[in-house]
Write a protein that binds this ligand. Structure first.
Ligand code: HAM
Length: 449
């Protein structure tokens, strides 16, 4: 076959990316609206940072040796377009904490003196192996709390408040069965000492481990603790625990976080292996997980976060201790959809989970009534009702079927109705049918079923 005869191929979304379509996007919007509302109640303001940044930001902030930076980033050499420009290496953001802290430094937000409480909702990019709950473009809903030490940014109260807010958010979203796993990875000095101990403990056993873990044992032994490699679990469980390497101040900090959580009644489990896959973490780290069978396949981390007291300095900024988290929004949606469909749980989801029907479907009888139908739709929509308009070429049966799918009422507009200033309205839920005067129509359609 010559190239000319070839049928053009169908173009598809890139592997690991996907289209979000109605009605599912309505659920995304509602989740985001609940998140915005909750964040507002806790005094957070929105930050929007660029989708791409200089590569060095992530190399320095997230860490060269992490999986994210060493193998998952979308990086390209951006050529100079003019003499005034320099070629530079750019990267699609794989996460947003480094970008937020870059922005905090660039805009001297620390000089405002108070605590900065910022939230974001947006896409992130990682070249991971796609599977259920794991995509190459995915969405995060995140928060960062940071500021100079004098703003109280280092206080354990901040950690507990962020965790309590997450518990509230997940409850208000109707997520069931979530669990908070908590750990402290200590200060960077604690981690240095722990790293030495880990290296020593790994030395005699690393040859028995998988290739990835052998490499990690050399380059970044902490990462061995994240490993899901089944055959290596026994060795990993026997390794020294970070808790035994915390200095007094890290230990006291962690105890105060736990005491504040206890006081608020937020339940948690301490997981000594929770070190998280990014290098900027200090002290508190956490993940919220959902039980197996919640729709995430093998991924059970709904969100993750922690404290990053040295990140600002790593990026050349002033001291600005901070703590934050990012929820995987794709995963959150999968969980809500799965739990909504599950018959085994009796607590109902909040009402907003359910797709809402339109208030009315206007069915013009004959094309001569199309214009009048559109004019009526304009009037009803201006009054705040949600309305769809059919077409005069449709047979009555087709109009009824379309209306039943989309709306609570069908409003039939025939020659008689137009002439007498009325409409025939059928309410699907009750089966009731009535002739309604035009002046009373809005009120009639507003009535709950
Ligand atoms: P992370 O653990 O890398 O942390 O990501 C947070 C959440 O994003 C994960 O728990 C997961 O739900 C979701 N996520 C990560 N990768 C994917 C993926 N490929 N597909 C779908 N969802 C994914 C961070 O990104 C930190 N910046 C969080 C943070 C904020 N720490 C402090 N402040």
């Amino acid at each position: 076959m010559t190239t000319q005869q070839k049928q053009p191929g169908i173009l598809k979304a890139v592997r690991g990316t996907r289209d979000l379509l109605p009605p599912e996007t309505a659920l995304w919007n509602r989740v985001e609206a609940v998140a915005r509302e909750v964040f507002g109640r806790y005094g957070f303001g929105e930050i929007r940072t660029p989708l791409f940044e200089v590569t060095e930001l992530f190399a320095r902030g997230v860490g060269e040796e992490t999986d994210i930076v060493s193998k998952e980033m979308y990086t390209w050499e951006d050529r100079a377009r003019a003499q005034s420009e320099k070629a530079q290496s750019l990267t699609l953001r794989p996460e947003n904490t480094a970008g937020v802290v870059r922005s905090y430094i660039e805009h001297k937000l620390g000089e405002r003196g108070d605590l900065q409480k910022l939230f974001y909702i947006g896409p992130q990019f990682r070249r991971e192996r796609p599977q259920r709950g794991r995509y190459r473009q995915f969405w995060q809903i995140g928060c960062e709390v940071l500021g100079p030490q004098s703003s109280g940014s280092e206080s354990p109260v901040r950690d507990a408040e962020v965790l309590e807010m997450l518990a509230t958010l997940l409850d208000e979203l109707g997520v069931r069965g979530w669990r908070l796993e908590l750990n402290s990875v200590g200060s960077s000095d604690d981690r240095k000492r722990y790293n030495v101990a880990l290296r020593e403990a790994l030395e005699p056993v690393k040859a028995q481990m998988c290739e990835d873990n052998q490499r990690r044992a050399e380059t970044n032994p902490l990462r061995v603790l994240d490993s899901k490699e089944a055959a290596d679990q026994e060795i990993i469980n026997a390794l020294p625990k970070i808790a035994d390497f915390l200095d007094d101040s890290s230990r006291e900090h962690f105890a105060a976080v736990r005491a504040a959580l206890d006081a608020c009644g937020v339940a948690y489990t301490v997981n000594p292996r929770l070190v998280r896959g990014l290098d900027y973490y200090t002290r508190t780290t956490f993940e919220f997980t959902v039980p197996d069978g919640s729709g995430l396949g093998t991924q059970n981390a709904l969100l993750g976060g922690g404290r990053y007291d040295g990140l600002s300095e790593m990026l050349g900024g002033p001291k600005a201790p901070g703590i934050g988290f990012a929820i995987g929004e794709d995963r959150l949606i999968l969980v809500l959809q799965e739990q909504e469909g599950s018959k085994s749980v009796d607590a109902p989801h909040p009402e907003w989970m359910w797709a809402k029907k339109l208030d009315a479907y206007i069915a013009p009888m004959g094309v001569e009534r199309n214009a009048a139908a559109l004019a009526l739709a304009r009037e009803l929509r201006q009054a705040g009702l949600s309305v769809e308009v059919g077409d005069g070429t449709f047979r009555l049966k087709k109009s009824f079927e379309a209306a039943d799918k989309a709306a609570r009422h069908i409003v039939i507009l025939g020659e008689d109705e137009v002439a007498s200033g009325t409409a025939t309205v059928k309410t699907f839920a009750s089966g009731e049918q009535a002739k309604v005067e035009r002046e009373k129509l809005i009120e009639y359609l507003r009535k709950p079923d």
